[in-house]
Structures are given as structure tokens and as C-alpha cells.
Design a protein around this ligand. Structure first.
Ligand code: DGP
Length: 111
């Protein structure tokens, strides 16, 4: 079944895109929890991080570098990356995504 993120990749629903290349897409989260809240997703559908395999290593590294790049372009002093893996961790969309969160003080530990 197609997820909402697959529909964004396929252009079936709009998104506020900030970056795109052949491997991934980054767009603003519709339910932003901070002044900057961007999602970085692979175009190849991986449902959750724990489904990733060795062959995904280069793609996962690329997602980290893109997250770093979009954070820099947003002018963030620092930022937090979050990957929710599974419903128990709060994952609601089962297409792997990195949350890039910043633009306000971030507390630790997270909730
Ligand atoms: P997670 O809980 O880790 O699965 O995060 C899913 C995020 O996806 C959540 O912060 C809200 C966001 N989201 C859900 N639907 C849409 C949508 O249609 N557009 C955008 N831009 N973000 C969405």
C-alpha cells in the first residue's frame, strides 16, 4: 500500500520541498514541532530503519549528509536528527524518514 510519502515522491500530493536529488527528497513537516522541521526521505521505499540492510549503507549515509546540508542551508546553529523506528517509538508513516529539527532550544532527554 502506498504511503503518504510515496505519494509526495510521485507528485500526487504537494509538499514544501527544500531539496531533491536522484536518491532522496527533503520537505517541510506538515506538523512542525520547531521553527525548522524538515523530513529527509529516500526515494527507494524502506518502511523503517530496522528494515535496512547492508546494501542500504550508502543510501543511509547520503541521507545523513543531505540532512546536514539542509540544516546548514536553514542557518541552524545546531539541530537534532530523529528517526522513529516502529509504532512503539512514535512512527506513524512507514516510509523511512529523518526528522531535521532546529530553530529553538532542544531539551534532553527527549520525550
Ligand atoms: P513519524 O511520527 O516519525 O512517522 O513522523 C511522520 C511525520 O510526517 C509527522 O511529523 C507528520 C509528517 N507528515 C505526515 N503527513 C504529512 C504530509 O502529508 N505532508 C508533510 N509535509 N508531512 C506529513
Amino acid at each position: 500500500m502506498s504511503t503518504i510519502f510515496q505519494k509526495i515522491i510521485d507528485g500526487e500530493i504537494p509538499a514544501d520541498k527544500v531539496y531533491e536529488d536522484s536518491q532522496c527528497l527533503a520537505f517541510r513537516d506538515i506538523n512542525a514541532v520547531a521553527p525548522c522541521h524538515i523530513l529527509v526521505i529516500p526515494k527507494r521505499p524502506i518502511a523503517r530503519l530496522s528494515d535496512a540492510v547492508e546494501e542500504d549503507a550508502a543510501l543511509l549515509g547520503h541521507l545523513l549528509l543531505v540532512a546536514n546540508q539542509v540544516a546548514a542551508e536553514e542557518g541552524l546553529e545546531g539541530y537534532r536528527l530523529v528517526i522513529n523506528d516502529g509504532a512503539a517509538a512514535g512512527q506513524t508513516v512507514f516510509h523511512l524518514h529523518l526528522h531535521v529539527i532546529g530553530g529553538r532550544p532542544l531539551h534532553w532527554p527527549p520525550g
